[in-house]
Design a protein around this ligand. Structure first.
Ligand SMILES: CCCCCC/C=C\CC(=O)SCCNC(=O)CCNC(=O)[C@H](O)C(C)(C)COP(=O)(O)OP(=O)(O)OC[C@H]1O[C@@H](n2cnc3c(N)ncnc32)[C@H](O)[C@@H]1OP(=O)(O)O
Length: 282
């Protein structure tokens, strides 16, 4: 059974408790029965889309955990049925320039905080993870997805008239290989769970991803010395992170210049209308 951090009197949990109170979109709890395992839960209805405040809150939760030496596993999960995360909040793309810059900076920081976490991270996907939702999963060390065929995962940016940034495209290439990533990116393919497993986009399918992730964390991952797990991550990820920091400003400028083009804005408005029309048909 998972108990909230609220039930812990220690200094560490007071910090988590404060964070939980401040945060309405993301919360962290630690398990009494499974020490060292933190559950980071996204709950931003209707679809956990990554708005500016959502990115900031998720980052804040991760930053508190990073400082907590007693936590060595992070399970990233959603409490919205059928949804992991719908990706970036498309409405953010239509904001004025200052806000766009703040938004993209927060999204970049979220990538640093999740991809660069020293803890072992597991994405527990009980539902769909398109675009930046997929980025959250790709930033984790291990991905467990629901076997429910309604769920989809992938980088569908091209269908919105935009393209994933280079660092996200790189994550896809690192995970599924260059050729499959290349095809997926320009087609904007969203994969059903079995297909995602076949190309290596997810590591396992399970009826209950949270239960399976906890089992993996305790029975398998925590048996590997944590410093070895952390050092292995540094080996495989530090080059990417260093490059990201070097390119961060250019990435921000590219985003703002690209997204503010009239043709892109028209395309994005059309996509939002399609989503609304789909909802009205239900
Ligand atoms: C240089 C340029 C760089 C660009 C950056 C590239 C990086 C990342 C890009 C992105 O992440 S863009 C976002 C891409 N995401 C999507 O295409 C997903 C769209 N959503 C869906 O497919 C579905 O909503 C869903 C996630 C499969 C869930 O389906 P469900 O049937 O449960 O819910 P809906 O009825 O479709 O939606 C409910 C409600 O949410 C609104 N909504 C859905 N997704 C988003 C979103 N990403 N941003 C903002 N709003 C979203 C949808 O319009 C409905 O709104 P209301 O009608 O209730 O107001």
């Amino acid at each position: 059974m998972i108990r909230s951090a609220l039930s812990y009197p220690s200094k560490k949990n007071l910090v988590l408790q404060c964070l939980r109170r401040m945060s309405s979109l993301v919360s962290t709890s630690v398990s009494e029965v499974h020490p060292g395992v933190a559950h980071v839960t996204m709950h931003s209805p209707p679809v956990n889309s990554l708005s500016l405040s959502f990115c900031q809150e998720l980052s804040q939760n991760l930053q508190v955990i990073h400082k907590d030496k007693s936590i060595d596993i992070i399970l990233l999960q959603s409490d919205i049925p059928g949804i992991f995360s719908a990706g970036l909040d498309i409405k953010e793309f239509t904001q004025p320039k200052e806000r766009l810059m703040e938004f993209w900076t927060a999204f970049q920081q979220l990538y640093i905080d999740l991809y660069g976490a020293s803890q072992t991270t597991i994405a527990c996907m009980e539902g769909s993870a398109p675009a930046a939702g997929c980025m959250l999963a790709l930033s984790c060390d291990y991905r467990v997805m629901t076997s429910n065929t309604k769920a989809k995962i992938g980088l569908n940016e091209s269908l919105l008239g935009i393209a994933a940034p280079p660092w996200l495209a790189q994550q896809m290439m690192d995970t599924v290989g260059s050729r499959v990533a290349e095809l997926s990116l320009w087609r904007g393919t969203l994969y059903a769970p079995e297909q995602a497993l076949a190309i290596g986009l997810v590591d396992e399918l399970h009826e209950n991803p949270r239960e399976r992730a906890l089992e993996l964390a305790v029975a398998e991952f925590q048996k590997i010395p944590r410093q070895a797990r952390a050092a292995s991550k540094t080996l495989t990820r530090q080059k990417r992170l260093k490059h990201f920091h070097q390119e961060r400003q250019a990435d921000l400028e590219h985003f703002v210049n690209f997204i503010t083009q009239d043709a892109v804005q028209t395309q994005l408005r059309g996509y939002l209308q399609q989503l609304a029309a789909k909802k009205n048909k239900k």
